[in-house]
Design a protein around this ligand. Structure first.
Ligand SMILES: [Zn+2]
Ligand SMILES: [Zn+2]
Length: 367
């Protein structure tokens, strides 16, 4: 079959909309007609060349759509299901899967940098040549082919332009608070960085029962949004001293938990300084993998628990439906995230916004 996709041929060039070809489905594949695709910062890292992948490649990993066809080993009853796609296929029986760390699955880690399907082969072609697939999804296209367990059914009344956000940013942020930090009632939390992930961390903290949630960002609009979704206090850096605010709110001790989603050295340092002795720190942001980040050693002392998490401890089949349900119940706010709807042809304008730090999420709408 043939359909249109946004192709990245080389880093630091514009995506081009081209017609690509997909080979037949393998037995455990599902074919998803993409309805909505969020533009995530990780896509931008590939475009900018900070995250290196073979090319040409189809990016896009924050995806919702409808299952249109299934492979021979998948129940035909899945046709028509509305789904959010997970970018973490896992085998379930390797060293890390058996230790309940599917994000480290050996097959997932091995095939990820090749940008092929989970079975190590590609389904996509461009002009007869192999086309790469980012994060096992390649969702900036009219169709995506994923392995059956990566297509997670969600409630039928969930709007798909909100649902797609669950697939990456929302899962990562809410999951950091609930699955990784395991926040509880009455805890004090600092969230650094208020993009889609940070706003979701704020909401995860609120859902878990945290009663003091201090949001930190450079951007006043984002801080206002953080307050709208659950932050009880805000600090606008660099004008305000976020560490001093955290200490003032906690009798000088520092917060129980810091959820970091800004991904720069000052943010990582602040996370360590603002965490109380015995507290926990979850790093969600990232800098270049070969960059150094310096800390005051004393800030790392005091029995602090520091975790780096890339997908919020996601168990997508458990978490995606409950996040969708939380949205439908009014407990999880996603409407303010979607600051722009785009057509596939307008995708480069969406990345220009992301580069400039404008808005929270641009979502491509298909069909
Ligand atoms: Zn992402
Ligand atoms: Zn595995």
């Amino acid at each position: 079959m043939q359909f249109r996709a946004a192709i990245l041929h080389e880093p630091r060039t514009a995506l081009t909309i081209e017609t690509i070809e997909a080979v037949d489905l393998q037995p455990s594949d599902v074919l998803v007609r993409v309805a909505s695709a969020g533009l995530c910062h990780t896509d931008l890292e590939v475009i900018e060349g900070q995250l290196v992948y073979p090319m040409p490649i189809v990016l896009g990993h924050e995806i919702a759509g409808v299952i249109e066809a299934v492979g021979s080993a998948v129940s035909p009853r899945r046709r028509g299901e509305r789904v959010v796609l997970s970018w973490n296929p896992y085998c379930g029986h390797c060293f890390h899967c058996e230790r309940n760390q599917p994000i480290l699955c050996e097959t997932y880690i091995a095939n990820g940098p090749q940008a092929v399907q989970f079975d190590g082969t590609s389904r996509l072609k461009l002009n007869g040549a192999l086309l790469r697939t980012m994060f096992y999804i390649a969702g900036f296209a009219e169709y995506a082919i994923v392995t059956d367990p990566c297509a997670i059914a969600i409630p039928t009344d969930m709007p798909l332009d909100r649902a797609c956000l669950i697939g990456c940013g929302v899962m990562t942020g809410v999951g950091a608070a609930i699955n990784v930090a395991r926040l509880g009632y009455g805890e004090t939390v600092m969230v650094i960085g208020c993009g889609a992930v940070g706003l979701s961390a704020v909401q995860g903290a609120r859902l878990a029962g945290a009663t003091t949630i201090l949001a930190v960002d450079r951007n006043h609009e984002r801080l206002a949004l953080a307050q709208r979704v659950g932050a009880t206090h805000v600090a606008a850096v660099p004008d305000e001293d976020a560490l001093a605010v955290a200490r003032r709110l906690t009798g000088g001790r520092g917060v129980d938990c810091v959820l970091e989603s800004a991904g720069n050295a000052p943010a990582f340092r602040l996370s360590a300084e603002a965490c109380r002795a015995g507290g926990r720190i979850v790093w969600l942001g990232k800098t270049g993998v070969n960059e150094d980040v310096a800390f005051r050693w004393g800030s790392l002392m005091g029995e602090k628990q520091i975790v780096r998490s890339s997908y919020g401890g996601a168990r997508p089949a458990r978490d995606f439906p409950r996040l969708a349900r939380a949205y439908l119940d009014g407990a999880l706010q996603l409407d303010p995230y979607v600051t722009r709807h785009l057509k596939l042809e307008e995708i480069n304008a969406g990345f220009d916004d992301l580069r400039a730090g404008l808005g929270i999420r641009s979502v491509i709408q298909f069909g």
